[in-house]
Design a protein around this ligand. Structure first.
Ligand SMILES: Cc1cc2nc3c(=O)[nH]c(=O)nc-3n(C[C@H](O)[C@H](O)[C@H](O)COP(=O)(O)OP(=O)(O)OC[C@H]3O[C@@H](n4cnc5c(N)ncnc54)[C@H](O)[C@@H]3O)c2cc1C
Length: 406
């Protein structure tokens, strides 16, 4: 583990800081300082700024609209953006850029890369992820969405669920069963589907926080051209798994910065409520402090591997497991500090249902209460904690596989 940065790296950091100073308003203290109703407009215009600078997908080759940055430059850019408290893209860019785009770079045909990658960056195509089904979540290999080839098109019938930001998307990357007679992991294909057709219906699901961030997606004779398969027919499982590595591992560099910022707010909250002399609260704050410090070292280890050319694989489960479980206990502590106030939340709410509230957010009870509720979901989405532990046991530590009912 040696993430020390040489002089060229620090020169690049200066360049990124100069970019931020030029493009952001003076006295900028993070997107959390903006009133909630101004956030959407800021994110849209900031996305355009990043697009024009090539910073939406900094690691992608320039021919596809990226900035062609080295691994080290990408890490520095991500660190500086996290420190400045600015988003790295729009609400669906996690799906379009981090997940699908990176996966297409590995598995896509030249034509798929040339067609889709620039459109993801320009915002012409907005993506969501169609993996889970009512009877296939952890056991994703049991998925039942059927895709049957009819001449030059795949015809899809079935249902997906928990499709985050599906109501904002016009394209879905989806896993479908294309050979029902093959063993379950060998009969699946990874398909790209345009959602703007009568055969696709999106129905929002209301969450515990009152918001509707995710959806059910129904396919009734929906179609997609035969060529819209990524990685080959019936080879979707391998493609799906490499995408999950990008989904689970991406935040190793920036999470320690975000969670340290949140922890500083938590210290402030305890101070404001006169609880920093309470021995139990102090002990729990110290626990959070040590966990965020460990998160930083864990992040450094992942970064060192990334800088040495290692792409996230099954070991990305460590990062996912660590931050999601930490965050539930940290936000529980925030609610205990707030006491009865947590039952009547007021003030600015978080603008995203994922992770810590935005940098610069006020210490309002609504910020903490919503973040607490959202943190419940984090040990489920992108693979539950139990599944991350199974992956670590079986695929990283090489322990015997758990018995499977089939
Ligand atoms: C906020 C949110 C957003 C999401 N966004 C998306 C999205 O955009 N696209 C998408 O496709 N999906 C999405 N999901 C779905 C998510 O991937 C699934 O919820 C998750 O994989 C778990 O599947 P499940 O809900 O069917 O639970 P189940 O698989 O039924 O699991 C139920 C419980 O059993 C445990 N369990 C299951 N199998 C085992 C085992 N072998 N060993 C030990 N314990 C086990 C689980 O850990 C869990 O505690 C989202 C989920 C949430 C909560």
């Amino acid at each position: 583990m040696n993430p020390t940065y040489g002089p060229e790296a620090e020169a690049y950091r200066d360049k990124v800081q100069a970019f931020l100073a030029e493009k952001l308003p003076t006295n900028w203290a993070g997107i959390g300082q903006l009133p909630a109703d101004e956030v959407r407009d800021f994110v849209t215009s900031w996305r355009t700024t990043l697009y024009e600078a090539g910073y939406l997908a900094p690691g992608w080759p320039v021919e596809y609209g990226g900035a062609g940055l080295s691994a080290l430059e990408q890490v520095i850019l991500a660190e500086e953006f996290a420190r400045a408290g600015v988003p790295t893209g729009g609400p669906n860019d996690g799906f379009g850029i981090q997940m699908l785009g990176n996966t297409l770079l590995v598995w896509g045909t030249d034509e798929q890369k040339r067609h889709y990658l620039p459109r993801i960056l320009s915002g012409e195509d907005i993506w969501c992820q169609g993996y889970s089904e009512p009877n296939a979540g952890s056991d994703l290999g049991s998925l039942g969405l059927r895709a049957t080839l009819d001449g030059d098109v795949w015809v899809l019938n079935g249902q997906k669920i928990w499709t985050s930001a599906g109501h904002l998307a016009d394209h879905i990357f989806t896993l479908a069963r294309t050979d029902p007679d093959a063993p379950k992991h060998k009969g699946i294909s990874f398909l790209l589907v345009d959602m703007r057709q009568p055969g696709i219906e999106v129905r929002p699901i209301r969450m515990i926080s009152g918001e509707s961030e995710f959806n059910e997606v129904f396919y009734t004779d929906a179609t997609t051209p035969k060529t819209e398969v990524v990685g080959g027919v019936n080879n979707g499982w391998a493609v799906a798994m490499s995408l999950l590595g990008y989904e689970r591992g991406a935040a190793a560099a920036t999470n320690p910065i975000r969670y340290q910022g949140e922890l500083d707010r938590l210290f402030l909250l305890a101070k404001e409520r006169g609880l920093t002399t309470d021995p139990v609260i102090r002990q729990r704050l110290a626990w959070c402090y040590s966990k965020v410090a460990m998160m930083r070292y864990l992040g450094m280890r992942v970064l060192t591997q990334f800088l040495n050319g290692h792409q996230p694989g099954p070991d990305a489960a460590i990062t996912k497991l660590y931050w999601s479980e930490y965050h539930q206990r940290a936000t529980e502590l925030a609610l205990d500090i707030l006491g009865p106030e947590a039952m009547v939340p007021s003030g600015r709410k978080p603008t995203s249902a994922f992770g810590a509230d935005d940098a610069g957010a006020p210490n309002s009870s609504a910020s903490w209460t919503d973040t607490f509720l959202n943190a419940r979901a984090a040990t489920i989405y992108a693979g539950s904690s139990q599944i991350q532990r199974n992956i670590l046991g079986e695929m990283v530590l090489g322990l015997p596989k758990e018995p499977r009912p089939d």
